[in-house]
Ligand binder design. Structure first.
Ligand code: COA
Length: 336
């Protein structure tokens, strides 16, 4: 921890999911698959998807409004927006900039997007932590929103069954009581195995030069290798993060993991020795919603009373990059 650093308060969280539900049975209309195959391998029963022109900005806006309302902060007092997305509707204007306009923020505050795939919220929180610690910004809106369904190849049954659309948001502020809600935070990446999950943008070289290889713009993934990487790396990483923070797993009340695969969640749970009641799982209803996954799981479980506030939690995730990361946080009463 930096000497004299300003502590961070998690002031509010919120989430938003599209109304349209697509079940595993619905997917059998697209290709040869079954509810049994999908559920037994992933824990997913259904997912939400945008319909018509709705997109990640709309979902992010709804989540942001809830997080801001829960934080009790006036929207005009937000002085920075960081959006985390790996499935935005466009590269620019960024989701952050569009969010500023949609929320009606009158001042020309900075707003930008980051891409750390499903670890996006943890990366965004780490950036916010540094800005708040040094006193540069006071009230920061984090919006994690992904519209995966628009980037998937709907003929590829091995990948498209996994993902859904959603948004989560968090408002963090400079803490005025000296208590820091981020007890520990660690982010990592292993770019050497980055080709395990890819989404190439379309494009061609200038006709005056040698052409580049053409690649289809769609999500590709080596599911087996991703599974092995996550099941091997993430439980170990999380238990080391807890140890490095000078804590034991039993000192922390809840685990809020990225919802990618139920078996990976169970591997982390087993490593920490947590009961089912301590682990937030909603993959059955939403599938993998990328950056939105952790804040969605957090905010929804608080709303449903499954996660009691005035507690501590481990947030952890992994995703394309390959990125991974975690944070041990205090969850104050009133954030949701
Ligand atoms: N329905 C039915 N059969 C399917 C299918 C589907 N939706 N998708 C693939 N299959 C078939 C394959 O064609 C293969 O058939 P074959 O043996 O005749 O060739 C068979 O099922 C096994 O496929 P495989 O890819 O080996 O399955 P798996 O047990 O590894 O499970 C995943 C696939 C994707 C569910 C699993 O690897 C996984 O969850 N990986 C992690 C992905 C992840 O979390 N990504 C996000 C990171 S943020």
């Amino acid at each position: 921890m930096i000497q004299g650093a300003i502590p961070l308060k998690i002031a509010g969280v919120g989430y938003s999911v599209p109304e349209t539900v697509i079940t595993n049975d619905d997917l059998t209309k697209l290709y040869d698959t079954s509810d049994e195959w999908i559920y037994s391998r992933t824990g997913i029963k259904e997912r939400r998807m945008v319909s018509g022109n709705q997109d990640a900005v709309d979902l992010g806006y709804e989540a942001a409004k809830k997080a801001i309302a829960n934080s009790g902060i006036d929207v005009q007092d937000i002085d920075l927006i960081i959006a985390a997305s790996s499935a935005p509707p466009r590269l620019y204007p960024t989701i952050g900039c569009l969010m500023q306009a949609k929320l009606g923020i009158k001042r020309q505050i900075p707003a930008f997007d980051i891409t750390a795939a499903c670890t996006g919220l943890i990366y965004a929180l780490s950036i916010a932590k540094a800005y708040i610690a040094c006193g540069l910004y006071k009230n920061i809106l984090l919006v994690a929103t992904d519209n995966n369904s628009r980037l998937l190849d709907w003929k590829d049954r091995s990948i498209s069954i996994l993902f859904g659309d959603a948004a989560g948001a968090m408002v963090v502020t400079a803490s005025d009581d000296g208590v820091d809600d981020v007890i520990a935070l660690d982010i990592r990446s292993d770019g050497y195995i980055g080709d395990m999950i890819e989404y190439p943008l379309p494009g061609q070289n200038c006709p005056l030069v040698k052409p580049c290889d053409e690649r289809e713009s769609k999500i590709t993934m080596n599911g087996k290798e991703v599974y092995k990487f996550a099941a091997r790396t993430v439980p170990q990483f999380v238990s080391e993060m807890v140890e490095k923070a000078g804590l034991k797993a039993e000192d922390i009340d809840y685990l809020v993991p990225h919802q990618a695969n139920l078996r990976i969640i169970q591997a982390i749970q087993e490593r920490l020795g947590y009961t089912d009641e301590q682990v937030v799982v909603n993959i059955e209803k939403y599938g993998n919603t990328s950056a939105a996954s952790i804040p969605l799981a957090l905010a929804e479980s608080v709303e449903q009373g499954k996660l009691k506030l005035g507690s501590t939690a481990i947030l952890c995730g992994f995703g394309a990059g390959m990125t991974y990361g975690g944070a041990i946080v205090r969850l104050r009463k009133g954030i949701c």
